[in-house]
Write a protein that binds this ligand. Sequence first.
Ligand SMILES: Nc1nc2c(c(=O)[nH]1)N[C@H]1C(S)=C(S)[C@@H](COP(=O)(O)OP(=O)(O)OC[C@H]3O[C@@H](n4cnc5c(=O)[nH]c(N)nc54)[C@H](O)[C@@H]3O)O[C@H]1N2
Ligand SMILES: Nc1nc2c(c(=O)[nH]1)N[C@H]1C(S)=C(S)[C@@H](COP(=O)(O)OP(=O)(O)OC[C@H]3O[C@@H](n4cnc5c(=O)[nH]c(N)nc54)[C@H](O)[C@@H]3O)O[C@H]1N2
Ligand code: SF4
Ligand SMILES: [Mo]
Length: 645
Amino acid sequence: MSTATIQKKTACNRDCPDACGIIATIDDGKVVRLQGDPDHPVTQGFLCHRTSRFLDRQYDPSRITTPLRRRGTEFVPISWEEALDEIAAKLIAVRAESGPAAIMYYRCGGTMGILKAVCDYYFERFGPVTGKSGDVCTGAGDAAQMEDFGDEESHDLFDLYNSKTIVLWGKNLHVSSVHLLPIVKAAQARGAKLVSVDPIRHRTADLCDLFVQPRPGGDSALALGVARVFFETGNADPNASQYCDNFDEFRALAHSRTTAEWADLAGVSLESLLALAEAYAQGPAALHIGWGMQRRKNGSATVRVIDALAAISGNIGIPGGGVSYYFKRRGAFDTSFARRDEVAPRLLPEPLFGPAILGANDPPVRVLWITAANPVAMLPESRTVARAIESRELTVVVDSFLTDSARLAHIVLPTTTLLEDDDLLGAYGHHWLIESRPVVQPPAGVKSDYEIIQELAQRTGLAHEFADDIDTWKRRVLRNVADKGASLDDLRRGPVRNPLAGNLLYVDRKFPTPTGKVNLVRTVDPQPTPVTAERPLLLMALSTADAQASQWLASAQQGPATAVVHPEAAPQFQDGGLARLESEVGEMTVVLRFDATQRRDTLLMDKGGWLSAGRCANAIVKAQLTDAGGCAVYYDTPVRLLPVE
Ligand SMILES: Nc1nc2c(c(=O)[nH]1)N[C@H]1C(S)=C(S)[C@@H](COP(=O)(O)OP(=O)(O)OC[C@H]3O[C@@H](n4cnc5c(=O)[nH]c(N)nc54)[C@H](O)[C@@H]3O)O[C@H]1N2
Ligand SMILES: Nc1nc2c(c(=O)[nH]1)N[C@H]1C(S)=C(S)[C@@H](COP(=O)(O)OP(=O)(O)OC[C@H]3O[C@@H](n4cnc5c(=O)[nH]c(N)nc54)[C@H](O)[C@@H]3O)O[C@H]1N2
Ligand code: SF4
Ligand SMILES: [Mo]
């Protein structure tokens, strides 16, 4: 290392369960290397593919470093003064003329930093303004776990070492939870059996002792079949009725079809269902429910059936058991300064972003502020989202790049990246908390989200409320844990396990539900999404190891997107050939890749393709809400392949 070479620690703030510790090597003011922190118990010294290569993005020449204003069809650079003066004047005028509900604030998963809540809070204090309801990421499963257990938390990750069986129900470790890989491998080495249930065959299946490949959305049927086997073979917990409400109703539900009928409905062989039941009966058995499966019409009910299976099998409240969906990443932080949805004058459903904004009256949405989000690429019916964004009187996008959404804005404000971030993070895949610190200064002309808010506050009469520096806000949100070993000073020394999180949940089999018992699901529509003879494939645009959502380099967005199908699902096409992919909503051109390990009713694509590059699967995904929790139905759109004209 030269004398100018230093190393600094920070945290990865991306929308990912892992919230890794990062070691950045900086040479003459430039970051030259990113590594995982070996001292972080979950990061274990390595980063994922996408963040290992983040420097390509950090130093991408297309990064924006000055505010931009649309003039006709062009963007022209403007000063921060001009940009913020114009925005502030418009915000004040619209609030006076139409009320604050005519302003909408939208933030998604650009960063998981907890202090982004302070930026949300600015719009609460200025308004409160229109916000979003639901959650396109986890909403349906969140609602399910709250309904069933009265809370949503997970066993400590390392409790998996106590499991005899680990079921990854719809969870793609190699892509979306890479730091779970060493842990499940170590558990396997200690004798645990690993099971994957997924309609798509991913690399994760190769790691598993058992792989079950149901029809997409066939999971309720599969879980009910397994529950029936448990009841019939006496593997259900004989005491379950003491801590579960609706026990008889759930048993009747499981018995409403034969095991063979459940297998058939789930799209698996009877042997496959029985093998899953046998594996899960080898307890203690931990269930890790992935986030993908609940992004379906019956997504919330599906998670509820799996929760019920975990409960009646006696796996709740025991070491090595549990049903993990989410770790309460905000659990340690006190953000009670904001009242959020409670005071919002109006909430528009996130999955219906495009149609809801276009249809909003009383008042119409006149100003739209988008931050840490690329809704055109990431929300269903992208073209409707695009129309909604470009047709406002003023749309502001805060980002580091001219994304599909930023391109349609009136003003774009350049902001910091994860290497310039100053925030606190809790993970949603484990219990560690970590601080992010800037390892380099942002380029001149770039401001952090908080600086932008502070400058806006100065122009809108709220300066005194947003005068505190970041460390003061950090201390404020840490006040519940500061005396328990998680003060800012503690975090500055390294990651700290959330002192409020236990190792196990519900050991006393008491639940924070109204009755104190598990609320077993009573009725469910177990029917998987029907494909039709006309449109025989379900479009599943899923996370890929190569990118975080739509955060690709432009060089990776050239040519048509790839669609993976079983060769028999596309008999009139060639592997490597072009096809038109069509849904009820629209069509796009794709390059086909054949994979005989996939089902014949799925079509797999990457999520996050750009609309401007013709690669956006969400352009043909229908905007719909899940059965509960306001999640988006991303993977239930029937599609067909047509020849290219
Ligand atoms: N590399 C990379 N990592 C990411 C992201 C990314 O874009 N790229 N995105 C991040 C985000 S936003 C989130 S929310 C998290 C989670 O990101 P997700 O991509 O939601 O992660 P998974 O929980 O693995 O859920 C996807 C899995 O669910 C499966 N699945 C889909 N439908 C069904 C079904 O009907 N039944 C069953 N059993 N399985 C089904 C898919 O085949 C896939 O294996 O990860 C994050 N991690
Ligand atoms: N078809 C399909 N669509 C999906 C999914 C799917 O599985 N399939 N997954 C869904 C899920 S789980 C999620 S969570 C959403 C994700 O949807 P989004 O969160 O909208 O996804 P990103 O493309 O990551 O967009 C985030 C933007 O924030 C910017 N950004 C990064 N850091 C900062 C920062 O500090 N400040 C600001 N202001 N901006 C920043 C990035 O440059 C990026 O452009 O997508 C959903 N969409
Ligand atoms: S994206 Fe996730 S796995 Fe990758 S470095 Fe960040 S926190 Fe770790
Ligand atoms: Mo997500």
